[in-house]
Design a protein around this ligand. Structure first.
Ligand SMILES: [Mg+2]
Length: 272
């Protein structure tokens, strides 16, 4: 196991948390043992936190409802998806831009909330998000618009999502189809792009030295946190294993088997 460090702010407090969702809090629709209790400790200790997901299918309200139904004390203001950060990115780049979205309600509402208007004729951006049932007609339209000069953005680079029946093509795979058709590569905004973490830090109102990133993937969560200057925690309840640590030139500050072990490390059990 990697060297274990105490994770505190410069003033010795428990830091704010950026919590990855899949593989840290839940696996699909199943809560990971001890994770709801950990979120409750954050709430009871008034530690600011944000729950992250690269999944752009759902609105924060739907995600929060789903988490609530699984026992997590999380409201929609604490849920941050790649759809939200993509819409914020486009609005920063070009306020009032027009977009042709390929995705579901999570993406469409996020674009709408940033006053980015729908355009299927001559949009500024083609924006691809997650969808459970991509329309080949929409992907064709998106490719033709990119070929005509629309900027090409994807919410997240994940090429597949695990499911009970096997891997499902994800946003990165849909973007690959458009890239193969046009020769134009997408720009992805979700993890591991540190833009998503920086946007969340801005919402928390805290700097990197006061915040930790807790994730289950070395090649997305840990690299993004590390590049942004956050202390990072790898939990072994999801994608990455301890044996895979040696493959990467960077490593987390702390590795724990689960959030329960992190709660002991943080000293919550002494404070609460
Ligand atoms: Mg994850």
């Amino acid at each position: 196991m990697t060297e274990q460090k105490m994770l505190k702010t410069p003033s010795g407090d428990i830091p704010c948390h950026l919590l990855d969702m899949d593989g840290v809090l839940v696996r699909g629709m199943t809560p990971i043992v001890g994770s709801a209790e950990y979120v409750q400790l954050l709430v009871d200790s008034s530690v600011p936190f944000m729950v992250f997901s690269n999944n752009s299918r759902f609105t924060p309200e739907v995600m929060a409802d789903r988490l609530n139904s699984l026992g997590f004390a999380v409201d929609s203001s604490k849920v941050y998806t790649s759809a939200l950060t993509t819409a914020e990115f486009i609005n920063l780049q070009k306020p009032n831009a027009t977009c042709f979205p390929i995705g579901e309600e999570g993406l469409k509402q996020a674009l709408n909330d940033q006053d980015l208007q729908y355009d299927d004729v001559s949009p500024d951006y083609v924006v691809v998000g997650e969808a459970i049932d991509y329309s080949f007609q929409e992907l064709t339209k998106g490719a033709q618009l990119v070929a005509s000069g629309a900027r090409f953005v994807g919410t997240n680079p994940d090429t597949s999502i695990p499911s009970e029946s096997g891997a499902i093509p994800a946003c990165g795979a849909a973007c690959a189809l458009i890239e193969a058709t046009t020769g134009v590569a997408p720009y992805f905004i979700g993890k591991p792009n540190p833009f998503m973490m920086r946007a969340a830090l801005a919402k928390l109102g805290k700097g990197p030295s006061h915040t930790i990133m807790v994730g289950d993937r070395i090649d997305t969560d840990i690299i993004a946190g590390m590049e942004l200057g956050l202390q990072t925690v790898l939990v072994l309840t999801g994608a990455s294993t301890e044996s895979s640590l040696g493959k990467y030139p960077y490593r987390p500050d702390l590795v724990v088997p689960s959030l329960y072990h992190l709660s002991v490390h943080m000293g919550f059990n002494e404070d609460c």
